[in-house]
Design a binder for this molecule. Structure first.
Ligand SMILES: [Zn+2]
Length: 325
């Protein structure tokens, strides 16, 4: 509860003190905050950092190196220029999202929002998947763009939907639809991948309204694999906010998903790849010997022994976890 309360507080703060929970009927002006909220706001200086820390503790979010190209402004060729005049985007709109399909059941590996490290917005969410997993159309619509962007989204699809939203699917390994093709919610449109600027297989997923990148977590409840409500109330002031975001629920969903999909999320103990500086582990397989493990992982038997407190003559068992770095 402590955490949820802070999340609520952070929501207020992030919205510069003007927006309340998105599910409330309207945002409030600063002067309309209750005394209690005003007191909380007065104490918020570092709350956003604390919240980030806590969310990261819960979820182990990966900040992908992919500062995705913004296809609506930077990587937009003649065929794909943002057709929307920002001046014509209404202040509010009601969007029917009741006929939806989750684009992929993977859990959130990276949320929407500003990434300090890359000094830019992440205009969608990243969902865990395995290369070759099916990616589905989120709503009924038509394929507007199929394209490849080496520096950003890799292979990507943009769908324009009958509910006026557009969705973007990035880092795909294969396309299952063609440009201009009509699709129904749930139709397979592509296979997941790791193309473009991406450090591991995942789906980059955006929801746009007339070019405005809405936080997909404001529409979709990824922890419960559903939409929050049948309609999404677009508001130019609040479209970046998540709704009912519950980091703990997301973490629980992620844990359950990882357990159910070991191929998508191999246990860290059996992973020897990666370039991080932290310790690395290896799970002993049948037929392994210390010298074989050492040579395959670019280390020596001596180092292995030292790291694991064993002798070069010690017996190792399949399934045993050895630190290799
Ligand atoms: Zn992304």
């Amino acid at each position: 509860m402590h955490f949820l309360k802070k999340t609520a507080i952070a929501t207020l703060v992030i919205a510069a003190g003007i927006a309340a929970w998105a599910d409330e009927p309207a945002y409030r002006l600063p002067g309309q905050h209750s005394q209690q909220s005003a007191d909380l706001l007065a104490n918020q200086e570092h709350m956003d950092e604390i919240i980030n820390l806590e969310i990261n503790n819960y979820l182990n979010y990966v900040e992908e190196e992919e500062p995705e190209f913004d296809i609506y402004t930077e990587g937009w060729d003649s065929r794909s220029v943002n057709p929307y005049d920002p001046n014509k985007v209404p202040q509010t709109a009601t969007i029917d999202v009741s006929n939806f399909c989750m684009p992929h059941p993977g859990y959130l590996t990276s949320p929407y929002g500003y990434r300090k490290r890359f000094k830019r917005m992440h205009k969608g969410v990243d969902l865990k998947l395995n290369i070759g997993d099916t990616v589905r159309a989120a709503f009924d619509g038509r394929v507007r763009i199929i394209n490849f962007e080496r520096k950003g989204y890799g292979n990507y699809v943009v769908l324009r939907h009958t509910n006026d939203l557009e969705t973007v699917y990035g880092h795909l390994s294969a396309f299952l639809v063609e440009q201009d093709q009509y699709v129904k919610a749930g139709d397979p449109i592509a296979l997941g991948g790791n193309t473009g600027r991406s450090t591991g297989p995942h789906l980059h997923f955006e929801t746009r309204y007339m070019g405005y990148a809405i936080n997909p977590a404001a529409i979709f409840d990824f922890a419960n694999q559903t939409v929050h409500t049948d309609t999404y109330a677009f508001d130019k002031n609040t479209y970046q906010e998540a709704r009912f975001f519950d980091a703990k629920a997301n973490a629980e969903y992620a844990a359950a998903y990882r357990q159910a999909h070991p191929a998508v999320y191999p246990a860290k103990t059996s992973t020897t790849s990666g370039s991080g500086s932290g310790p690395k582990y290896y799970t002993v397989k049948k037929g392994d010997s210390l010298s074989r493990i050492a040579s395959r992982n670019g280390t020596t038997v001596n180092k292995l022994c030292r790291l694991n407190g064993i002798k070069s003559t010690s017996k190792i068992q399949p399934g045993q976890r050895l630190r290799i770095k």
